[in-house]
Write a protein that binds this ligand. Structure first.
Ligand SMILES: Cc1cc2nc3c(=O)[nH]c(=O)nc-3n(C[C@H](O)[C@H](O)[C@H](O)COP(=O)(O)OP(=O)(O)OC[C@H]3O[C@@H](n4cnc5c(N)ncnc54)[C@H](O)[C@@H]3O)c2cc1C
Length: 317
């Protein structure tokens, strides 16, 4: 079976969950081969990639690959596409992943699909488009299919691969070195999972009422091991930081479970969460549009409903 290249997302040598999801998807369609861009491949990361099915791990360990913004990763993948003729290339549909995908498509004269939420036989991708209002199935018809898949689109399942390491020597073009990273500031990592990677997201909206009241949302999130999200009304009011905004102009999440508390369900909010597998809405207005989308709905005051839910979840743990 032909190789399917999977660009590894990692932080400090730790492989991110989305990569394990991509390897799981790739396994159903060909032979997964991980691509590690930059230095810092640890034994732990190698073992993880192999555990989830990577038969090969291509490593471009030059610091140049990560010391310049985005372009080197696209050049690395383009070189591998030319050398290895893979059946497809999968990247995570993060902001960087999508830019890498676009650049790679131009370099290899191939078609690209972004924001896929599923990928099946013949590389037919499920996509949620027009702000999430329409679901379509698409297939690349030119070149090597390049598909950017949203985190949490599939459950990662281990299945051992050989994990054979192969060093790739890469000569970057001058153009790829145009923008250099001059400083890295490490973001303090809280105890909660990263919003776009989390399997469960609990979000609060204007109905939460104040910044202090967001502790109600955080309480439920912590009981469930979830990430916290917010509507734009809540972030614009300064109740929760903008980096947690879910929606068209915020983050796109696709968790297994999304709980929306005090959120009306405006189209721009839906755009960022409606591919969640199960949606639960808590809203005191029975006519709130979010209920059209929700799998389960509770009509009630979130200040009463959410603490009870938190208590019940905690009791059952
Ligand atoms: C270009 C553009 C981009 C945008 N991008 C985004 C985006 O990325 N993300 C986003 O979220 N929005 C975005 N918006 C804004 C969007 O249109 C909505 O205004 C916003 O989503 C509303 O947030 P909300 O649901 O929290 O507030 P509201 O629409 O005011 O809804 C609050 C809800 O809380 C309920 N409620 C009130 N009190 C309680 C209570 N005690 N218990 C239970 N329920 C209660 C109410 O019944 C109501 O349904 C964008 C808008 C534009 C024009």
């Amino acid at each position: 079976m032909s190789e399917i290249l999977v660009l590894v997302e990692q932080l400090d040598g730790e492989v991110k969950k989305v990569t394990l999801e991509l390897l799981t998807l790739a396994r159903g369609l060909g032979t997964p081969a991980a691509v590690w861009a930059g230095p810092g491949l640890t034994d732990g990361a190698k073992a993880k990639l192999a555990e989830y099915g990577a038969e090969k791990i291509y490593v471009a360990s030059s610091a140049d690959v990560v010391d310049h913004v985005v372009a080197p990763k696209a050049e690395l993948l383009a070189q591998l596409v030319a050398d290895k003729s893979p059946a497809a290339v999968l990247v995570a549909a993060t902001a960087e992943g999508k830019e890498v995908a676009g650049r790679l498509a131009v370099k290899t004269d191939s078609g690209v699909i972004t924001d896929a939420v599923g990928l099946g036989e013949g590389f037919v991708a499920d996509q949620s488009i027009f702000g999430g209002g329409v679901n379509v199935r698409s297939r690349v018809r030119k070149g090597t299919p390049i598909v950017a898949v949203r985190p949490n689109s599939t459950a990662p399942e281990p299945a051992a691969g050989a994990g054979a390491e192969e060093e790739v020597s890469l000569t970057l073009s001058e153009a790829a070195k145009a923008a250099r990273v001059v400083e890295r500031v490490k973001q303090e990592k809280g105890a909660r999972p990263e919003l776009t990677e989390a399997a469960i997201v609990v979000s609060g909206g204007r109905g939460v009422g104040s910044a202090e009241n967001f502790s109600v949302i955080e309480g439920l999130a912590d009981a469930l091991g979830a990430a916290v999200g917010a509507s734009r009304a809540a972030t614009d009011a300064g109740w929760y930081p903008h980096q947690f905004q879910v929606g068209q102009t915020g983050k796109t999440v696709s968790p297994q479970l999304y709980i929306a508390a005090g959120i009306s369900g405006a189209i721009q909010h839906r755009a960022g969460m409606q591919t969640a597998k199960t949606i639960v809405a808590i809203n005191k207005d029975p006519e709130a549009p979010i209920f059209e989308l929700a799998d389960y709905g509770v009509v009630g005051d979130l200040h009463q409903v959410v603490p009870q839910l938190t208590e019940e979840v905690t009791k059952r743990k």
